[in-house]
Design a binder for this molecule. Structure first.
Ligand SMILES: *[C@@H]1O[C@H](CO)[C@@H](O)[C@H](O)[C@H]1NC(C)=O
Ligand SMILES: *[C@@H]1O[C@H](CO)[C@@H](O)[C@H](O)[C@H]1NC(C)=O
Ligand SMILES: *[C@@H]1O[C@H](CO)[C@@H](O)[C@H](O)[C@H]1NC(C)=O
Ligand SMILES: *[C@@H]1O[C@H](CO)[C@@H](O)[C@H](O)[C@H]1NC(C)=O
Ligand SMILES: *[C@@H]1O[C@H](CO)[C@@H](O)[C@H](O)[C@H]1NC(C)=O
Ligand SMILES: *[C@@H]1O[C@H](CO)[C@@H](O)[C@H](O)[C@H]1NC(C)=O
Ligand SMILES: *[C@@H]1O[C@H](CO)[C@@H](O)[C@H](O)[C@H]1NC(C)=O
Ligand SMILES: *[C@@H]1O[C@H](CO)[C@@H](O)[C@H](O)[C@H]1NC(C)=O
Ligand SMILES: *[C@@H]1O[C@H](CO)[C@@H](O)[C@H](O)[C@H]1NC(C)=O
Ligand SMILES: *[C@@H]1O[C@H](CO)[C@@H](O)[C@H](O)[C@H]1NC(C)=O
Ligand SMILES: *[C@@H]1O[C@H](CO)[C@@H](O)[C@H](O)[C@H]1NC(C)=O
Ligand SMILES: *[C@@H]1O[C@H](CO)[C@@H](O)[C@H](O)[C@H]1NC(C)=O
Ligand SMILES: [Cu+2]
Length: 585
């Protein structure tokens, strides 16, 4: 990839309708329509000096096209499936208020778009600013079907609640397999054995110079000018790996996370779990030179799990001007150890929200309290796992010991069942997701009673809320099989993270530590390994909303549940009829 100058906001590749609007309405900031066509199909890619491989990609790009919109715009994406696989796309972090049929998780809000089929996603980017992203929400296809979704303020970059940067860049972190990821998922399911870990990490689709490869064409390059400030929009699109992110000899001011502004936070390392985003200002404070941007793994599992790639993805930050010698190798930043939980926790727990007048803040009263364990376990093979060892149990994962499975083939999606009013009678799901684990035990300390506690049964359980109820949820990691930091993602809402810590949640000591002033607002929280996090959200969005671990390996094993939010009192607070082109199963 040729080096390219940092894009100025006006030179961004906006859709035709937005480009027109920028010309026509420089003074009046009206909402506009941002329209894209996503052709999902085969793309042949050569990576890590391997022979070309066929991957599934949007419009022949890896990462896929970035969507740029302004707060309040209507986003319209025509998905055309020219791939051999069933596809859906999720707009990660978009509330989808009034458009639950556009959320995207397969079999939760829609049946998949079959090969040769198409579906138009239509939603408003209302009351959200910052960096989000989109990705496939079926099989492991999001390994290559992903891209940025950038929401700027209605009034443009001048309206950022921080000094306007000279330019912006999206930095999408990913994982790469020298394999067909659809087949990997199929084998993992059929055998009940975990899929193997990635062969490389990537920055904007490229693994970088530290991998064995000699063609010099696998490194992404950014160019900067001395003393200018850049807004990095960092997205972790990896399937299973939280990442440390650094730039040699540079530091950051974090100003946003998950499309919610934060109090400016100074750091030289950014930590992003799968599903999370971080917006960080970086001053190009050197006179010149070349510096590596590095993304390296954080492996939170205790004890450490299956082997994973202890490697580093790099991109090059190159200063323009005579002070840069293009022949010097870039400086590599020191990277945290793979098990550096202290660094991960310091970053993830220290972020706070930027409180702004007129913006919603954390609800102070609570209607429903839930205590939910998240972790690994074992299950019996399901009948459809045809290559399973039936005399043994297989890995599983669960929330409150309920291991989630999607509705079986032949059933409608959960949102269709909900809308039809026959969710339970149609045998699609049951309304009995528990508010407590079935058994109270020492969730995090080493103990010998482990084997008896590991077993978990498969089910499709939802928690039905009242419309506009305030929900507080303690997410408690367990030691069963292994402690691990699970990135828990909620569709349809942002939540506030009131507190987090290690060990067993203790209400008496935790409650006084709740941040009820400026708690960070996110759509994905990395529950500390062997620890807990407390979140709160207002259930003001009717629909069926998936909550799940954003490690695809764990999602597939059942670390998920669904919130069912009934209609409110008005048409605006009710699930509308499904769009005419909603795919059928
Ligand atoms: C896409 O690639 C798969 C192999 O991965 C192949 O079976 C299929 O025919 C290809 N489809 C098209 C339209 O090229
Ligand atoms: C989306 O925005 C458009 C234009 O502002 C508006 O007409 C429409 O009602 C909105 N849709 C929803 C579901 O809120
Ligand atoms: C989308 O699907 C409809 C219904 O099958 C079909 O009529 C239409 O031609 C398709 N559009 C595209 C762009 O493939
Ligand atoms: C590169 O190859 C060497 C020798 O085969 C091996 O030891 C090393 O782990 C490889 N590095 C990466 C990043 O694959
Ligand atoms: C490098 O990759 C680009 C596309 O990413 C391609 O156009 C170019 O031909 C490649 N160059 C080499 C030397 O392989
Ligand atoms: C950057 O700022 C420093 C301190 O203000 C100044 O000395 C230096 O000349 C500036 N460099 C450039 C390239 O403008
Ligand atoms: C830049 O970073 C490298 C690697 O950490 C370090 O060795 C070097 O001293 C740093 N240079 C300066 C000028 O800070
Ligand atoms: C991280 O792993 C190394 C090597 O296994 C070990 O020596 C060290 O104690 C571990 N650190 C933590 C914080 O667990
Ligand atoms: C961040 O959190 C840690 C606890 O992990 C604390 O010791 C530290 O003082 C906090 N503040 C900053 C600015 O890092
Ligand atoms: C299946 O599991 C049983 C019980 O753990 C074990 O004894 C047996 O070796 C396994 N068979 C295979 C083929 O792995
Ligand atoms: C939902 O509850 C909040 C307060 O918790 C209230 O301000 C808002 O008006 C309610 N919305 C609806 C649609 O009932
Ligand atoms: C694709 O989706 C359809 C409809 O839900 C389903 O019947 C079919 O089995 C799926 N195909 C694959 C390969 O998963
Ligand atoms: Cu997980």
């Amino acid at each position: 990839m040729a080096p390219r100058p940092w894009l100025s906001p006006l030179a961004l590749p906006l859709g035709p309708s937005v480009a027109l609007l920028v010309l026509a309405c420089c003074c009046v900031a009206e909402a506009s329509i941002v329209e894209h066509t996503f052709n999902v199909g085969n793309l042949s890619v050569s990576q890590l000096c391997q022979p070309p491989r066929v991957i599934t990609a949007v419009n022949g790009q890896l990462p896929g096209p970035a969507i740029h919109a302004r707060e309040g715009d209507t986003v319209v994406v025509h998905l055309v499936n020219q791939s051999p696989y069933n596809i859906t796309i999720h707009w990660h972090g978009i509330f989808q208020r009034g458009t639950p049929w556009a959320d995207g998780p397969a079999m939760v809000t829609q049946c998949p778009v079959k090969p040769g089929g198409n579906y138009t996603y239509r939603f408003n980017a209302t009351a959200q600013e910052g960096t989000l992203w989109w990705h496939a929400h079926i099989s492991f296809l999001r390994a290559t079907v992903y891209g940025a979704l950038v929401l700027r303020p209605r009034a443009g970059a001048d309206a950022y609640p921080f000094p306007k940067p000279h330019a912006e860049e999206t930095v999408v972190l990913g994982e790469w397999w020298n394999d067909n990821v659809y087949d990997l998922q199929q084998m993992a399911f059929l055998t009940g054995l975990p899929a193997r870990s990635a062969d490389a990490y990537t920055i904007n689709g490229k693994p970088g110079d530290l991998y064995n490869c000699s063609d010099g064409n696998q490194t992404y390059r950014f160019q900067v000018r001395s003393n200018e400030t850049y807004l990095l929009r960092i997205i972790n699109a990896a399937l299973n790996t939280p990442l440390f992110f650094k730039v040699a000899n540079h530091s950051f001011t974090v100003v946003g996370a998950d499309a919610a502004y934060t109090t400016p936070y100074e750091t030289d390392v950014v930590v992003v779990a799968p599903g999370q985003t971080v917006d960080a200002l970086m001053v190009a404070a050197r006179a010149g030179g070349r510096y590596y941007m590095a993304a390296s793994p954080y492996d939170s599992a205790i004890p450490q799990g299956p082997p994973f790639s202890d490697t580093t993805a790099t991109a090059v930050v190159e200063y323009l001007g005579s002070d840069t010698d293009p022949t010097t190798p870039p400086t590599l930043p020191p990277r945290p150890e793979v098990n550096d939980t202290a660094t991960a926790f310091r970053f993830l727990s220290n972020l706070t929200a930027l409180v702004r007048p007129g913006q919603p803040t954390v609800p102070l009263s609570v209607d429903t309290r839930m205590f939910v364990t998240v972790g690994l376990g074992v299950s019996d093979c399901q009948p459809t796992q045809l290559l399973c060892n039936r005399s043994a149990t297989v890995f599983s994962s669960s929330m409150n010991n309920a291991s989630f499975v999607l509705p079986a083939p032949g059933k409608p999606s959960m949102l269709q069942a909900h809308y039809g009013g026959d969710g339970e009678t149609a045998g699609v799901y049951t309304r009995d997701f528990p508010d407590r684990p079935p058994l109270v035990f020492d969730y995090t300390a080493d103990a010998s009673d482990t084997a008896a506690l590991q077993y978990t049964a498969k089910s499709t359980r939802v928690r039905t809320l009242r419309f506009n109820q305030t929900v507080e949820m303690v997410l408690q990691n367990t030691r069963l099989i292994a402690r691990e930091s699970h990135p828990m993602h909620l569709h349809g809402f942002n939540f506030y993270v009131l507190a987090q810590g290690f060990g067993n949640y203790d209400e008496a000591t935790a409650t006084p530590r709740f941040n009820l002033v400026n708690p960070q607002e996110r759509n994905t929280v990395a529950v500390p390994t062997g620890g807990w996090a407390v979140i709160r959200f207002l259930a003001n969005n009717p629909g069926m909303w998936f909550m799940h671990c954003h490690f695809d390996n764990h999602l597939d094993l059942g670390l998920a549940m669904v919130f069912e939010v009934p209609d409110g009192p008005t048409p605006e607070t009710s699930v509308p009829p499904p769009p005419a082109d909603l795919p059928q199963c």
